[in-house]
Ligand binder design. Structure first.
Ligand SMILES: [Zn+2]
Length: 431
């Protein structure tokens, strides 16, 4: 080998060395540094590309679609596959531009009952064959996690969040119940026997309103209670389930065993309706009832609404003076024990005064309209015929008690005749 040939060979070797040391240009050419291509190479089941790699997404993200799914990449989340029902649900929530953001994982399909989950920046999407694909996010998702997620009593989500409820509330439905959320009350699950009763009474529009706690169970025998805005529901009880509304609730039960609390209480929201006052919600609904009756050709007047502890004291004392206490107790409540003191009651009458506060009122036009239609406006005939042993009072077809449209409708539809039976509370025939 000549010196000249040797020099040429060394120059070629130097060039090769220089070439081999240079970085590969292909990976630097895309914003994702080839992460999507690498993900595809590891997942050939995605099939051929049906779009080019596009990198015009929010957060500088990229995606490419293939025959069997897509790969999405962002600098914060890396490259992940979206496919099938979970991808369609994510799409319905506006893909990476919606509240879910980019996927942070691929699907994990090792969950109970063949379920899958994929985690996104804004939450998770679960899929299971009978439950379908639904997103779980935020405070409702956290409450579901505390209940044991898909392995707990609630099981998989079967809907998304519905945030059109009264007072800004949201609900998500699960296989075994619900999670409700409302500003300032947080998210709480509702399920089982307690949940069923609450659902029957009208959900968040029931006399109890939204849940304020989870169901708490303990002791032997087992006792459970759940707190709501307007009271508690207890299970099991001798009646199966028992509802105990607070004094502030339109469901409050006042009878000979359950006085007003405090005993001289006056409701804070009394307004005029006709010649009387009632709590505002009840007054609005009674005005609707009176105009509904009027439209049907039946004039109805107000006779006696809210009565204070002091008024009831003089009324009861006058009956005792006239008839003696035994008779007085069957026709008038002792002070503190009158349902009129709740502000949720109106004794109604005919403008003619016909059968005023007498049993024959039931046969007058006003009495018949009330018996047939009061429930539509949220009222019940509180002291119905033949139930003295439960309510403690003889038939009063004129005494309308407001409990809300949902609960009154449920009582009507399922044939309950007394509030005590409907709420699973003890009979109150005597003091
Ligand atoms: Zn009355």
């Amino acid at each position: 080998m000549t010196k000249r040939l040797m020099a040429a060979l060394m120059a070629v070797l130097a060039m090769i060395g220089a070439t081999m040391a240079a970085p590969l240009p292909a990976l630097a050419a895309t914003p994702d540094n080839g992460a999507v291509a690498a993900k595809l190479a590891a997942n050939p089941q995605l099939g051929g590309a049906i779009t080019p790699l596009r990198c015009n997404l929010p957060q500088g993200g990229c995606y490419q679609a293939y025959q069997s799914g897509s790969i999405y990449w962002s600098a914060a989340t890396g490259a992940h596959i979206t496919t099938g029902a979970i991808a369609r649900r994510w799409g319905s929530l506006n893909w990476e531009r919606g509240q879910m953001g980019f996927p942070k994982t691929d699907e994990n399909c090792t969950l109970a009952n063949g379920g899958c989950v994929q985690t996104f920046q804004g939450g998770r999407i679960y899929w299971q064959s009978t439950a379908g694909a639904n997103a779980v996010t935020g405070a409702i998702g956290s409450a579901w996690d505390r209940s044991g997620a898909e392995q707990g009593k609630l099981g998989y989500p079967i809907s998304g969040e519905n945030c059109t409820l009264i007072n800004g509330g949201c609900v998500q439905k699960y296989e075994g119940g619900y999670v409700y959320w409302r500003p300032s009350l947080g998210a709480h699950s509702v399920h089982g026997s307690i949940g069923n009763k609450w659902v029957q009474m009208g959900y968040e529009r029931s006399p109890l309103g939204y849940p304020t706690s989870e169901e708490n169970c303990g002791g032997a025998p087992l006792r459970c209670v759940q707190y709501f805005q307007g009271g508690t529901i207890n299970w099991p009880t001798s009646a199966g389930v028992s509802v105990n509304p607070y004094q502030s609730s339109v469901g409050v039960v006042v009878n000979k065993r359950r006085p007003n609390s405090p005993i001289n209480q006056t409701p804070p929201d009394l307004v005029w309706v006709g010649s009387q006052v009632m709590r505002s919600e009840a007054a609005n609904q009674l005005a609707q009832l009176i105009s509904g009756a009027s439209a049907a050709g039946v004039p109805i007047t107000t006779v006696s609404g809210f009565r204070s502890h002091a008024t009831q004291t003089s009324l009861y004392n006058s009956y005792v003076a006239q008839y003696g206490q035994a008779v007085a107790d069957t026709i008038s409540a002792r002070p503190g024990y009158s349902e009129h003191q709740t502000g949720l009651v109106m004794d109604i009458g005919n403008p003619s005064g016909a059968c005023s506060l007498q049993a024959c009122f039931a046969n007058t036009a006003a009495g018949q309209f009330a018996a047939a239609n009061a429930w539509r406006y949220g009222f019940i005939i509180r002291y119905t015929s033949g139930f003295d042993a439960i309510t403690g009072y003889t038939y009063e077809p004129w005494h309308l008690r407001y409990i809300g449209v949902r609960a009154a409708t449920d009582m009507h539809n399922r044939g309950y005749r007394t509030l005590e039976q409907y709420f699973g509370l003890a009979a109150a025939p005597t003091y």
